[in-house]
Every structure is written in structure tokens, then in C-alpha cells.
Design a protein. Structure first.
Length: 202
């Protein structure tokens, strides 16, 4: 996956923010700073990268008005991710999808914006992934899968071919989803689950 070699700002300072920094490093992308939702974190550092300000501050708004800056969304919790996206909705800076250098993503897969793809993820042909999803280490997504917005797929999950996953779905560590099933909006699939039939909305 081609990522522009311009400075990026990571929105989020938790564990996903730390992983986003590692992903950027794997791609040799310069990270300018972090933005946070927590006032008490301002002016601290994460692995030598400064936390510039809160995402809703005037200084951050000025920074995000730069069209040459790229934004990476890195919030673990779905609700927090949605709040961050709302907070930067007026930004002129471009929100990008970023995948670790070790991820394998088919050239025939279609990914939207704001997705964060951890190391060793495999995304096979004809997968459609919308926006602002978090896909953790070692996830495997088979051909023809469709994924909506603001989903979290935790480490080691296996998504069978032609599965349909609606918005805001949480899929726990090591879960297995059988080929062809549908998962409704907001559904929660627990760690280690083996899902053989459709899952209703959460």
C-alpha cells in the first residue's frame, strides 16, 4: 500500500496510537505529533513523539487546516474513534488508511479512509472495507468480504469468504466467522467465538 511520504499526525494516544507510530516507522513515514482527547496528556511524549494538544483545541485546528498534513485515526474503542472523527470533521488535512509494511493487502481489495491495519494482516482479493476500521495483528480476511464503518477486528480473527459485516461491529480475539454469514450493525462477537449463522444487530 502506497502511503504519501509527508508528515502525519496520529489522532489517539492509547495502545492503538502507539501501534500506529510503529506502523508509520515500518513505512518510513514521519510522524509530526499526536493529538489527544485528554488535557492532562498535552506536552507529554510517546516514544519521543510529542502530544501536541487536544484534538479540539484552536492550535490543533490550525495544524489540521494544512492540506499537506495527513491524519491517522488510532483509537481502540469504537465510540472514541467516532468522537475523534467528529472532532476533526472540518479539517482540510487528509485522513488516510495506514497499513504495516508486513500486512498483505490484495491489489484487488478496496479500502476506504481512516483504517488502521496492524502487522501480519492478510486481506485477500475483492474485499471491500469502508472507513475508520481497526484491524489488529494476524487477522485474515478472505475474498469477497464487505466491512462497514467503525469496526474493530481483534488479533487473530478469521473472516470467511463473502461475509458481510455492518457498521460498528466488534469481533474479538481469535473469533472465526463462517463463509457467507451476515453480521448486523453494532454486534459484538466474543473472543474465540466460532460463528456459523447470521448475527443480529447489537
Amino acid at each position: 500500500m502506497e502511503v504519501s511520504k509527508v508528515p502525519v499526525i496520529i489522532v489517539g494516544t492509547g495502545n492503538s496510537g502507539k501501534v500506529a507510530l510503529e506502523i508509520a516507522n515500518s513505512l518510513e513515514v514521519l510522524v509530526y505529533s499526536f493529538l489527544t482527547a485528554k488535557e492532562e496528556e498535552v506536552n507529554q511524549e510517546i516514544n519521543d513523539i510529542p502530544i501536541f494538544n487536544t484534538v479540539e483545541s484552536q492550535d490543533s485546528a490550525a495544524l489540521l487546516a494544512d492540506e499537506n498534513v495527513k491524519i491517522v485515526i488510532a483509537e481502540q474503542e469504537i465510540a472514541d474513534r467516532k468522537a475523534m472523527v467528529e472532532a476533526i470533521s472540518d479539517a482540510k488535512a487528509e485522513t488516510i488508511t495506514m497499513a504495516h509494511a508486513s500486512a498483505i493487502i490484495s491489489s484487488h481489495a478496496k479500502l476506504g479512509v481512516g483504517n488502521l491495519i496492524y502487522p501480519s494482516v492478510v486481506i485477500l482479493p475483492n474485499v471491500s472495507m469502508a472507513n475508520c476500521n481497526l484491524v489488529e495483528t494476524g487477522v485474515s480476511i478472505d475474498p469477497g468480504v464487505a466491512i462497514g464503518d467503525f469496526c474493530t477486528i481483534q488479533a487473530g480473527a478469521r473472516i470467511g469468504a463473502d461475509v458481510s459485516i455492518d457498521d460498528e461491529v466488534f469481533i474479538g480475539t481469535g473469533a472465526i466467522l463462517r463463509k457467507g454469514i451476515s453480521v448486523g450493525k453494532g454486534a459484538i462477537i466474543g473472543a474465540g467465538s466460532v460463528v456459523m449463522t447470521d448475527v443480529e444487530e447489537g
